[in-house]
Design a protein around this ligand. Structure first.
Ligand SMILES: Cc1ncc(COP(=O)(O)O)c(C=O)c1O
Length: 385
C-alpha cells in the first residue's frame, strides 16, 4: 500500500502541513465533486434550491449514507454546517435555569466552552470542569473523575469524544450510561471522531452527538451532522426558523426535525452534497488501512519526540486519538515556538499552552511523508538544543 497520497490533495507544495486536525485538506476527486454541485446550482438555481424539486432529494443521500456508516437511522441525524452550529442548536434547545450545572472536563474546545458560558451567564447556571486525572491511563479513573462531580444540580454532561488540546480518545460510554441513569442530558462533541474511529451512534446512546465531516471524513469545509435520540426530535429547535419549520402536507418520510434543520433559508449545501464522494473515496482507497498506517506513524513519531524531550506522554496508547498526538514540550513560550516552526521552518502545526504546558499537536494524514515528520523532529531538536 502507498502510504503517501500527496498527489490526491491540493496542498501547496513545500509546506510541511501537519495540522489536518484543525482544518484538513480534502482529496481532489471530492473537491471536484463539490465544485460540480456548485456548478449545477448555478446552472439551474431554482430547481436546485426548491424543496419541492431537487433540494430535499439531494440532501437526503448524504444523510442516509452517514446513518449507515454510523449505525443509526437516517431519521436521527440532520445536516449542520459544522460541529459548533450543531452544539449551539442543542444548547439553545435545553431550558437551563439558575443553579443548573453543566459538567464537562478540562480538555474541551474553547469555542464550545464559549457557547455554554454564554448561556449559563444569562440564567445564573454554572459550568463545572472535572479535572481528568493525567496522564490518562485508566477508563475507571476517567469514569470516577466525572461521576464524582455529578450531583442533583447536574443538568448536562458535555464531553468531547476526541479532545482538541490533548488529542485524547475519551472512554465515554460508561459515563454516558451513568449520566443517563441519573437523568442527566448527555451531549457529545464528536468534532474529530467521524472518519477516525468506528462510530456506532445508537450503541453509544447519548442524547446528542455532533460530528464534522470536514475533518477526518475528508469532505469539503462546511459539512457536519447533528444526531439526536428520537425523544429529542420534537424538542430540538433549529437555530434559524425558516420554511422548514412549518411545512404543510409534510411527506411521509419527513419530520419537523428533518425539515426544520435542512431548510433554513438560501444556502449553498455543496459541501454536504459532496459527503458521499468523500465516503466513496475512502472506500475505494481502503481508508481503514491507510488510517491504521498513519496512526502507527504518528505513534512512532511521538516516541521519537519523547526520546529527546523526556516529557511524559499524556496517555497510554489506547487513549490516544488515532492519527493525532499532542506532545508536551519542555518549558517554552508556545507563541515563540509556533512562530519558529511556521516562519523559519515552514511547518504548519498547532502549538499552544494547555494548563501551563506547551503542547505541539501533530496530525499524520495520508498526504504526509516521512520528510514532513523528519522536518518537524529536526526543527524541534534545533529549537530545544
Ligand atoms: C473538540 C472540538 N469541538 C468542536 C470543534 C469545532 O469544529 P467546527 O469549527 O467545525 O465547528 C473543534 C474544532 O477543531 C474541536 O476540535
Amino acid at each position: 500500500m502507498t502510504t503517501n497520497f500527496a498527489d490526491y490533495f491540493l496542498l501547496r507544495k513545500g509546506l510541511t502541513f501537519l495540522n489536518h486536525g484543525s482544518f484538513g485538506s480534502c482529496p481532489k476527486p471530492v473537491f471536484q465533486n463539490y465544485q460540480d454541485w456548485q456548478l449545477r446550482l448555478e446552472q439551474q438555481p431554482v430547481a436546485f434550491l426548491d424543496q419541492e424539486r431537487d433540494l430535499i432529494n439531494n440532501l437526503s443521500k448524504p444523510r442516509h449514507m452517514l446513518a449507515q456508516e454510523f449505525n443509526t437511522s437516517a431519521q436521527n441525524l440532520v445536516r449542520v454546517t459544522n460541529a459548533t452550529t450543531g452544539l449551539n442548536a442543542i444548547a439553545r434547545s435545553i431550558a437551563l435555569t439558575e443553579g443548573d450545572e453543566i459538567l464537562t472536563t478540562d480538555h474541551e474546545y474553547a469555542a464550545v466552552e464559549n457557547t455554554w458560558e454564554f448561556l449559563v451567564r444569562k440564567v445564573g447556571a454554572k459550568i463545572v470542569r472535572a479535572q481528568v486525572t493525567m496522564p490518562l491511563l485508566s477508563a475507571d479513573q476517567f469514569n470516577e473523575d466525572l461521576v464524582s462531580q455529578m450531583n442533583e444540580r447536574t443538568k448536562i454532561l458535555l464531553l468531547s469524544h476526541i479532545t482538541s488540546p490533548t488529542a485524547l480518545l475519551f472512554p465515554i460510554k460508561r459515563v454516558i450510561d451513568e449520566a443517563r441513569r441519573r437523568g442527566i442530558i448527555t451531549v457529545i462533541d464528536g468534532a474529530h471522531a467521524p472518519g477516525l474511529i468506528d462510530l456506532d451512534l445508537d450503541e453509544l446512546g447519548a442524547d446528542f452527538y455532533v460530528g464534522n465531516c470536514h475533518k477526518w471524513l475528508l469532505a469539503p469545509k462546511g459539512a457536519g451532522f447533528l444526531w439526536a435520540r428520537p425523544d429529542w426530535h420534537q424538542k430540538l429547535e433549529p437555530l434559524v426558523i425558516s420554511h422548514g419549520w412549518n411545512v404543510k402536507d409534510r411527506k411521509e418520510d419527513r419530520t419537523a426535525f428533518l425539515d426544520g434543520f435542512e431548510i433554513q433559508g438560501t444556502q449553498d449545501p455543496s459541501a454536504w452534497l459532496a459527503v458521499p464522494a468523500a465516503l466513496e473515496f475512502r472506500e475505494t482507497h481502503h481508508w481503514d488501512e491507510v488510517s491504521a498506517v498513519c496512526n502507527q506513524r504518528a505513534q512512532e513519531f511521538a516516541k521519537r519526540v519523547t526520546e529527546f524531550t523526556q516529557m511524559e506522554p499524556l496517555s497510554s496508547p489506547q487513549f490516544c486519538a488515532p492519527q493525532m498526538v499532542a506532545m508536551p514540550m519542555p518549558k517554552s513560550d508556545p507563541k515563540a515556538l509556533k512562530s519558529f516552526l511556521l516562519n523559519e521552518r515552514n511547518i504548519e502545526i498547532p502549538v499552544f499552552d494547555w494548563k501551563g504546558t506547551t503542547i505541539v499537536r501533530v496530525s499524520v494524514a495520508a498526504y504526509n511523508s516521512a520528510d514532513d515528520l523528519n522536518n518537524l523532529l529536526e526543527a524541534l531538536r534545533d529549537y530545544f538544543k
